[in-house]
Structures are given as C-alpha cells and as structure tokens.
Design a protein around this ligand. Structure first.
Ligand code: MIG
Length: 662
C-alpha cells in the first residue's frame, strides 16, 4: 500500500507515474518538523537495516553515515564522499517495522542515517515543498515491487548491450578503434561494442565528427558492425559557443539555453571551452536537442552515453572574472601560509560551485526556475529528452542509452554507469553494494567502469573486477586519460580474460532473461541476501554477496593477492567453478560458512537449491550467438522460466516465456 503526503508546493519531477491523491492524515513512522525547512525523523531500532539511496557510498546497510542527495561530479570519491552522480531518494527500513519512503524533491536532500545520533534517521531539506510516499508491504521485495509500480517500468537495452564492451578516454582515431577491435578478435575475446569518448568530435562540439581523425566514421561503423561490434559515442551536456556552429546558433536563436539572472544565456567553461547549457527542463528545448542525435543515428549508430550532465562546470564566466579579481588582491611575493591557503581556496572554489548553480535559470512552462532548486533534474531530463527523441528516430529498435547524472524517473528512459571511479580494490566492493540499491530505485541497466577509471589498473584487478562485472547488465571496461592501458589484451595470458568473458556470454540467456523478467515485472535483478532470508541474522548482515536473478548467488573476490574468500550460504547450493579452458565443475555445498578458493583465472558462483539456469555457447559477439540451443545446469528436475525475445525490438509484446526442464 502506498500513501502520499504533500508538504507545501512541490516541484513536479515526473518521478512518479501513478496518480495518487495526497493523504491529509498524519505521516506515519516519521516525526515531521517544519521549523527550519523540513525534516523527517525516525527512531531506528537496534537491528533495523536501512537500505536504498541508489548510487551512494558506503554499505548495503546505509546506517552510520550522512548522505547528501545532490548530483555531483566527484571523480575521486571515497568512503567519506556524501554525494555522487545520481540522486536516488528511496530508502527501505527493515527490522522491527518494515516500510519504504520516497522523498520526491528535486534538489539537495540530506539523509543523516544514525550519524549525528546513532538511533536517529533524519531526512532534511531546505524548503518545505516535498512529496513523501510511504510504501508498506509484507516484505522488502513486496515493498520494492510496489514502489517500482509507482515509478514506472524500467528501461530495457538491446541485448547486444549486455555483451562485453570496451572504452577509453580516448581512442583518438578511427584506426585506433580498428586496432582495439582487431586485438580483441586476435585474442579471441568476445566484444560487442567500442566507445567513442569526446575526441571523436570536432573541438568537442556535440553532433560533429572530427574530419581529421574520424573522417571515415560511416565506413568504420559498417566495418565494425560486420564484426559484430557497435560504436557508442558520448554526448556532453554543454554546447560550444562558436559562431558558425549551427547547433549553437540555432539554440541561441530559439532561446533554448539556460539563462542567468539578466536573462542572458549562462556561459561556463567545460571541455569544448565556453559553452551554453541546453535547458532540458524546457520540453521544447529538450526535444530539439534530442533530435540532433539524428546526425549519428543516420550513420547507423545504435547507442549513446550522456555525460557531464550534473551539469559539471569547470568554471563560469562570472566565476573566472571573480577569480582574477580575487587573485589580484593577493600580495605578490607574500610567502605566508595564509596566502598560500587563500590561493588554494580561490582555485578550488571555481569548479561545480554553489554560486554558479544559484545563478542559472530554467524556463519551466514559461516560469523562471533557479537551477539550484531543481539541480537533480538536469541529467534526468537531458536523458529523458534523448530517449523520447530516439523513439522517434529509431521507432522499431531499442537504442542503448545511459547517463551519468540521474534521478528516479530516469530509470524509465535509460541506464546509468556509476561515474568516475578508481582502479581501487575498494571500488569493486562499492559497485557490488550499489547494485541492489540502484535496482530498488528502478535502475536495472547499471554497471561501473570496469578496471577503474582513474589511476593505473593491474592485471589481477581487472580479472577480479571481471569476476563481478560478468554478472552486471552493463559490462564496460573504461579508463581515463593518462592512465595505463587496460584492455584485456594489454596483459599477459589473455586466455584467462577470454575464459571469464566467455562465461559472461554463456550466461547471457540467463542474465538477459532475468533482466527482462525484472523489467517487465518490477523485480530486483540484484538482491541483498537479507531480502530473501529475513530471519537469518548472518544473511542480513552480509555486505559482499548478492543474489543475481532468482537462481544465482555471487561472492566475488575483491582483495588483492587473495587465494579465495569466505562465503556464507544461507541454504544448500550448488557451487559452479569455471576452470581454465572453460570447463565447469559442480559441487554441492551445505548451508553455512565456507572458505572457497578462487584462483585468479577462475570464477565461482552458486546456483540456489532446486534451481537450474540455461547456458549458451559463447561467440565473439552476441550477434553470432545461438540463443536457441541451450544447456541447463544446476539441480536435476528443476525448472527454469526463460524470458526471451529477438533482443532488439521495441515491441515488448514479443517477449515470450518458455518453460525449460533440467
Ligand atoms: O571531465 O569525456 O565520467 O567517463 O571518459 C571528464 C571524458 C569528462 C567524464 C566521464 C568519463 C569520460 C570523461 N568525462
């Protein structure tokens, strides 16, 4: 059961698709305080777990820290980081009482979950204009399902987008792209897509193609497609200010950009230099921008990633003016620490500054709205507009689309990647913990930069990350400028990579089927153990294992030099071990604690009791796979319900369900 409580005059975010009348009754569970903005307080019981918040730092259980829901470009995020790229305001409390709460509020919202006071959960916002939805049900899974029905069906990518994908900032020329494709094919490692980062463009101008470096893009696209490899270009939020650049000029003429207080288009420095930001909260402007993707879909492009849409701002025109002014106030030659600190502060204050977010305005149905009041909507609306336009441009086929910034509601249009992470072991575990939380909020097509974006990746890190990544719907190896190359073929013994990635392809009928089921039936693809074993204290406290679909459990290795790890089985399961050469070994394991050895070139996963899963033969790309010839593994006499379709059609009535028996 869902009840809605409205305070003040909330901004319409579009996160919710069901029309629910607000309840005039007193809000249950929370004490509401409207003295200073608004705050909601809940007293947590000892054993309560607080789940949710989608893309956030720390644990599956969010207790013990404070989080700010505010889309932020924080490329070096750590345990103490409070805000990441997405803003996902759904929490689920499970313990003495069990309920979900969605705070529909378009800008900064603070979740203090037992940080200031260990038993107190406090959610607070600056303005008392908010819709609160309280979701009740018999179990966490039921509550999530109800919430997901409230926010609408999740995006389904084309099946090829569940293949293995390679990216880098940047493959600078079309020949560099060819090289990646060839090296993967030479090493016999499956690959379904190669990503084009900002350097495929002319001076980072959206919807342009560098003549010099990608002059043969149309041929390249065809050539790659013949190998079963799609190219996926990036689109940035900002439009370069440059006379003669048609898109810039058109947007200016039509008044489609965000403006400053004086009504002049707001200018900020990002990759292309000074840019204007399209006003995605203005539907007409958004659709205009979205239809520009045609320049690339016309060439046969079938997927995109939307970046820098928090929006990330290096500096604003005003900001840099202030910067020079403040700098000029500094006495040159002053060698004091004071002076040094001043200089540091001035430099640091430029990027993603609150002043800038306070000086941008949107046109929402003719009304000027300050950006900071709706900050978390920007990337969401950009991506929603993109998806709407792509439906017009490619009506028959699903298009791959994922975004960096997001808000609940965007899950209907696209997936997300979890932004810039690092080649840190701790970021493997962070990804694992984010996955179920993202699913609760509707985001099913999700994944992190595999191998880590920042810093240099080692061979063992990439292999271990694959041990988790092969189970995530979005499986993309991506790395930043100036970091060590981390394509699989850059390391010794590429057979080890081949073997693990081939396992992904063998698992595809299962992973894709579970994905279709979860998307069409509002279910979770990744579940914390406690969601299935509510009365098992150890399962509830397990923070490094997950259920993947209804049949599998995973327990990836995420520490360097480990020879294996402890795994907790809440019930008997069948452990499946991928050996060198692709051989699978099965062993039944009892409920309880086990130390499971996992050599670097092996993967172990678990099939739940009395279940089985389908496997296919791997191929170099999903296009080349036979999805009809399947083998079942797992428990004898078990049945599997296979959800399947042609992998591409937007017509979801083509999804079929077949009963398979082991
Ligand atoms: O300021 O396009 O998160 O994936 O490679 C960096 C360059 C801009 C940030 C994205 C990252 C991408 C990079 N972008």
């Amino acid at each position: 059961m869902i009840k809605k409580y409205t305070f003040g005059n909330p901004f319409f975010t579009g996160a919710v698709v069901e029309d629910i009348k607000a309840d005039n009754a007193v809000v249950p569970y929370f004490t509401v305080n409207t003295q200073n903005g608004i705050s909601f307080e809940y007293i947590m019981h000892d054993k309560d777990i607080v789940y949710g918040l989608g893309e956030a730092t720390r644990g599956i259980n969010k207790r013990g820290y404070v989080y700010d829901s505010y889309c932020s470009d924080d490329f070096c995020h750590m345990e103490t980081t409070k805000s990441l790229y997405g803003a996902h305001n759904f929490i689920l409390i499970e313990g003495k009482e069990c309920f979900g709460a969605f705070f529909d509020y378009p800008t900064r919202l603070t979740f203090d979950i037992g940080f200031t006071k260990s038993d107190t959960l406090s959610v607070s916002a600056e303005k008392a204009d908010i819709d609160l939805y309280i979701v009740e049900g018999n179990s966490p899974l039921e509550i999530v399902k109800e919430f997901r029905q409230l926010i609408g069906k999740s995006y389904i990518p084309p099946r090829w987008a569940m293949g293995y994908m390679q990216s880098r900032w940047s493959y600078y020329t079309s020949d560099a792209v060819r090289e990646v494709a060839n090296k993967y094919r030479d090493a016999d490692i499956p690959l379904d897509a190669i990503f084009l980062d900002i350097d495929y463009m002319e001076e980072y101008k959206d919807f342009t193609i560098s003549k010099e470096r990608f002059g043969d893009l149309p041929e390249l696209i065809d050539e790659m497609k013949q190998k079963g490899i799609r190219l996926v270009p990036i689109i940035d939020a900002g439009v370069k200010i440059q006379d003669g650049y048609d898109i810039y000029e058109e947007g200016l003429e039509k008044g489609y950009y965000c403006v400053d207080k004086e009504g002049k288009p707001f200018s900020a420095g990002v990759w292309p230099g000074l840019t204007h930001f399209p006003d995605f909260l203005n539907e007409e402007a958004g659709l205009w921008f979205g239809l520009k993707y045609k320049a690339l879909t016309d060439l046969g492009i079938e997927g995109f990633w939307n970046d820098m849409n928090e929006p990330a701002i290096f500096y604003s025109e005003k900001g840099i003016e202030n910067f020079y002014e403040k700098l000029s106030e500094i006495t040159s030659g002053d060698k004091s620490v004071d002076n040094y600190n001043k200089i540091k502060d001035i430099v640091n204050s430029l990027q993603n500054s609150q002043d800038d977010y306070n000086s941008i305005y949107h046109n929402v149905n003719g009304k000027l709205v300050k950006h900071n009041d709706i900050h978390n909507m920007y990337g969401y609306k950009m991506t929603e507009c993109t998806a709407k336009a792509l439906e017009k441009l490619r009506p028959e086929e699903r298009t791959l689309l994922f975004s960096r910034a997001s808000y609940i509601g965007m899950h209907r249009s696209a997936g997300i990647w979890t932004g810039d992470n690092f080649s840190w072991w701790s970021h493997i575990l962070l990804e694992l913990k984010q996955l179920p939380a993202l699913n609760m909020c509707g985001f099913l097509y999700v994944g992190a930069d595999l191998g880590g974006f920042g810093c240099n990746a080692s061979r063992d890190l990439v292999l271990r990350w694959l041990g988790l990544g092969i189970f995530t719907p979005l499986l993309r190896n991506h790395a930043a400028l100036c970091t060590r190359d981390q394509e699989c073929y850059q390391f010794e013994n590429t057979e080890d990579f081949k073997n693990i990635i081939e396992l992904r392809y063998r698992l595809l009928p299962y992973l894709y089927s579970e994905f279709l089921k979860c998307a069409t039936e509002d279910k979770m693809f990744f579940k914390p153990l406690g969601f299935e074993y509510k009365d098992d204290e150890i399962a509830r406290a397990t923070e490094d294992q997950l259920f993947v679909g209804d049949e599998l459990m995973i327990a990836p290795v995420y520490t360097q030099n480990a020879i294996g790890r402890y795994v907790y089985l809440p019930e008997e399961m069948c452990a499946v071990r991928l050996k060198k050469g692709g051989e699978l070994k099965f062993i039944t394991m009892e409920k309880g604690h086990h130390f499971v050895e996992v050599p670097l070139n092996e993967v172990v996963f678990f099939i739940r009791k009395d279940k089985c899963i389908p496997l296919a033969n791997p191929a170099l790309s999903t296009d080349a796979m036979d999805f009809d010839t399947l083998e079942l593994i797992g428990y004898k006499n078990a049945e599997y319900k296979l959800y399947t379709d042609d992998g591409i059609s937007t017509d979801l009535s083509k999804i079929e369900i077949k009963n398979l028996e082991n």
